[in-house]
Design a protein around this ligand. Structure first.
Ligand code: GAP
Length: 510
């Protein structure tokens, strides 16, 4: 399904609404509706259970969003958490200079793709794309241009050279997509942290930041947690919580938001063992994704070439979103950078006494960090489709179905009386509904014809529909319909819980 339809589906079926929509919305801020919050909570539970509950050496915390402002000085966010900003003087629109330049390279690549498509159509099955790309003069020339652009971009970004970025925008004659003009301001650094003010302290002294990542709440609590839980290294601290970034360009729905949620885990290890743990978490996290039945071709690793100031290795797990492969999760080997910097600025020791080695050291850290909202988008993009299915008369009809893993589905089972105006059916259905609601997220629905009710449940991803009909009144059996196979089976009411229980529980994933 295309991206525009996915966004409309999320709104129409109560998954996601634009924040403050009645005031024309607040850009890059979203609210989760009744089904959205259930799906999001299920994603969070799956992460929490597999990271905390399934690892004896990982514990959770819930740190505050506000932290002492020195935290962000130590972490490097005050000085280095910037994006290069450029304004177009005619449209008054702001852009990220690096994205404008990347867009320029993408336009060149689009020409290559067009040529590849044409050649594919001409040569049919015998077409070899790699060979074509490595021998066609036009493509080779364009590829050289792309490499040059991206190389210059990486160098300028690495050196924080705003002037070089400005020169590239001018040299490549990049125009504002809104006004079409090349009337640009200078490129300048823009800090992505939102700030606010403590009530009782005036000026700079009272300046507070909304945390741009949850990780720092873990670092500053490292010793508190280690001492109170008596964990031995290697051990991890996990957290789910809100983070805020004043993104310059926030497009693509919930992919890039200004207020979002992160699920992060910092794994503290003995220095020198970090690469072993980095590889362990790289594999473990990919398995977490594939266990959900996500198409493996839609997931891939992307190793970082330009490492952040704190990292000695970093990889993204990328997912193929409707707009291409993009970062879903990051795994970073963060060395002892954060603990060391907090130690220096606070003057408090953040070291671990290793009883086996009989010495103190500052642990190294391997981090896994995933955006909950981005995971939500990946799951919906992976699951939402339109497909042809036979209707009640055996004719082809099109249904929209959200084939989420049943453990993530917002509603696990819908209970549907065949007819609305037959009291004996509705009351039997209500009994079934009440007996199941203690165990699962269940929905009772009696409105509209049964076929339409099935379609509504398909659209929100409900894996099972139970229909109560006249036979139920005779022998206490119901039909249970499977969302994916569309097979309807007759089972006894007593069997419902066991029939669906295992399939919809998170246990099946752990
Ligand atoms: N503590 C490390 C850290 O924050 P990051 O790569 O900046 O690393 C980690 O962010 C994850 O958080 C990303 O992989 C992404 O899933 C999510 N994320 C980052 N910025 C986001 C945004 N503006 N909107 C939604 N999710 C975001």
């Amino acid at each position: 399904m295309d991206f525009k339809n996915l966004i409309s589906h999320c709104k129409e079926y109560g998954f996601i609404y634009q924040s403050s929509e009645i005031y024309d919305g607040l850009s890059a801020v979203y609210d989760y509706g009744p089904y959205g919050v259930e799906l999001k909570n299920n994603i969070k539970s799956y992460w929490w259970k597999s990271m905390v509950q399934m690892h004896e050496n990982i514990v959770g915390i819930d740190a505050a969003i506000f932290m002492h402002p020195k935290t962000w000085k130590a972490s490097g966010h005050v000085d280095a958490f910037n994006d290069p900003l450029v304004d177009n003087k005619d449209s008054k629109k702001r852009y990220r200079a690096d994205q404008l330049i990347e867009g320029y390279a993408e336009k060149i690549e689009a020409k290559n793709i067009k040529d590849v498509e044409k050649a594919k159509a001409r040569f049919g099955d015998s077409f070899d794309e790699n060979q074509f790309r490595s021998t066609n003069d036009r493509i080779i020339e364009r590829q050289k241009q792309i490499d040059e652009v991206l190389d210059r971009l990486a160098k300028a970004m690495g050196a924080g050279d705003m002037e070089a970025l400005g020169n590239m925008i001018n040299e490549y004659e990049i125009v504002c997509p809104e006004s079409g003009s090349r009337n640009w301001t200078e490129v300048r650094q823009f800090n992505l942290m939102f700030n606010t003010q403590l009530g009782n302290i005036a000026g700079e002294e009272g300046k507070l930041y909304l945390r741009p990542e949850t990780a720092q709440g873990i670092f500053v609590n490292f010793l508190n947690v280690q001492k109170s839980t008596r964990q031995k290294i290697p051990f991890g601290i996990a957290q789910i919580g809100k983070a805020f970034r004043n993104e310059i360009v926030a497009r693509q729905f919930i992919f890039r938001m200004r207020e979002f949620e992160q699920m992060e885990m910092q794994f503290f290890v003995k220095p020198g063992t970090e690469m072993e743990w980095y590889n362990y978490w790289k594999e473990t996290r990919l398995k977490w994704h594939t266990a959900l039945g996500t198409n493996p071709n839609k997931l891939k690793y992307h190793d970082h070439k330009n490492l952040a100031h704190y990292a000695n290795a970093a990889v993204d797990i990328e997912f193929e979103f409707p707009f291409g492969f993009r970062e879903l999760e990051g795994i970073h080997s963060r060395t002892d950078f954060d603990l060391r910097e907090h130690q220096n600025l606070s003057g408090k020791k953040l070291q671990y006494f290793d009883p086996e080695m009989n010495e103190n050291y500052t642990p190294y850290v391997v981090e896994t960090s995933i955006g909950c909202d981005r995971m939500f988008l990946a799951m919906v993009a992976n699951a939402l489709k339109e497909e042809k299915v036979p209707d009640a008369d055996g004719q082809d009809s099109v249904r929209t179905v959200l084939s989420l893993h049943p453990a993530l589905a917002p509603v696990k089972v819908a209970v549907l009386p065949l007819l609305k105006n037959k009291e004996e059916l509705t009351s039997a259905a209500q009994d079934v509904f009440h007996s199941l609601k203690k165990h699962f997220s269940v929905q009772y629905d009696e409105k509209d014809a049964i076929g339409r009710r099935y379609r509504r449940q398909d659209a929100i991803g409900t894996p099972y529909c139970i229909t109560i009909d006249f036979e139920t009144l005779e022998n206490n059996t119901v039909t249970i319909r499977n969302r994916d196979t569309l097979v309807q089976e007759r089972i006894s009411i007593d069997e419902i819980k066991t029939k669906i229980g295992n399939n919809v529980s998170l246990e099946s994933l752990l």
